[in-house]
Design a protein around this ligand. Structure first.
Ligand SMILES: [Zn+2]
Length: 183
C-alpha cells in the first residue's frame, strides 16, 4: 500500500499526538412490535452512548477518544427496481437530462446508502404528490349543471380564475368541484 496515502489519513499535532478519524456504520432493521420509531432511535443512541461511557471504544488499549459523535438516521426501504423504474420514468418525461447521467452516477455512487435512499424516497414522494394534485378532466357529474368531460389527465392550468383547460376535449373546469378520482 502507498505509505503516503496512508499518512494522509492521520493527523499529527505539534506535541506529536497522532490522531485518526473513523466512521462506524451500523444498520439496524427493527420489528417495532408496537413501540414508536422515536423509541427505536433512542435505543440506538443510548447503546452508542453506553459503549462510550463504559470505555468500550478504547478498552484495554492506549487509545484515547478525543471526539465522539453519534447520529441515528432513518434508512428508508427503497428497492433497486423501484429506483430504476423511477429514473427511467424521469428520463422518458424529460425530467432527467441524459447528459447529466455521468455526473449523477458519480454523485449517487459517492453518497452513503442511507443518504441516497432518503433522497430517492423524497423525490418519489414529491412526484406522487404532484400526480395526485394534478387534476383530471371530470368525467362524472358532481353538481347539477356541471359539464362532463373526458377524464383525460392532459390538462393545463390553473389560470388566474382557477380554471383548468382539458387538452383533449377542451372543457374548462375547476379542480375543487370537478375532480373525480383523486386521492
Ligand atoms: Zn376532457
Amino acid at each position: 500500500m502507498n505509505k503516503n496515502l496512508q499518512l494522509l489519513k492521520l493527523a499529527t499535532t505539534e506535541d506529536g499526538t497522532v490522531s485518526m478519524r473513523l466512521l462506524l456504520q451500523m444498520e439496524v432493521t427493527y420489528h417495532l412490535n408496537g413501540e414508536t420509531p422515536e423509541k427505536a432511535k433512542a435505543m440506538l443512541q443510548d447503546a452508542a452512548a453506553f459503549a462510550y461511557e463504559e470505555g468500550l471504544l478504547s478498552g484495554e488499549t492506549a487509545l484515547e477518544v478525543e471526539r465522539f459523535e453519534t447520529s441515528v438516521r432513518e434508512f428508508p426501504f427503497v428497492s433497486e427496481t423501484e429506483v430504476a423504474a423511477f429514473q427511467a420514468w424521469r428520463l422518458e418525461n424529460g425530467d432527467l437530462d441524459p447528459e447529466d447521467i455521468p455526473v449523477r452516477l458519480a454523485r449517487y455512487g459517492l453518497m452513503s446508502p442511507a443518504e441516497f435512499a432518503v433522497e430517492m424516497q423524497e423525490r418519489m414522494a414529491k412526484e406522487e404528490e404532484r400526480n395526485h394534485r394534478c387534476p383530471r378532466c371530470p368525467d362524472t357529474t358532481r353538481n347539477t349543471g356541471d359539464l362532463v368531460g373526458c377524464g383525460s389527465s392532459n390538462v393545463s392550468g390553473p389560470d388566474e380564475e382557477g380554471l383548468y383547460d382539458c387538452g383533449d376535449c377542451g372543457l374548462f373546469f375547476r379542480a375543487d368541484t370537478d375532480s373525480p378520482g383523486q386521492g
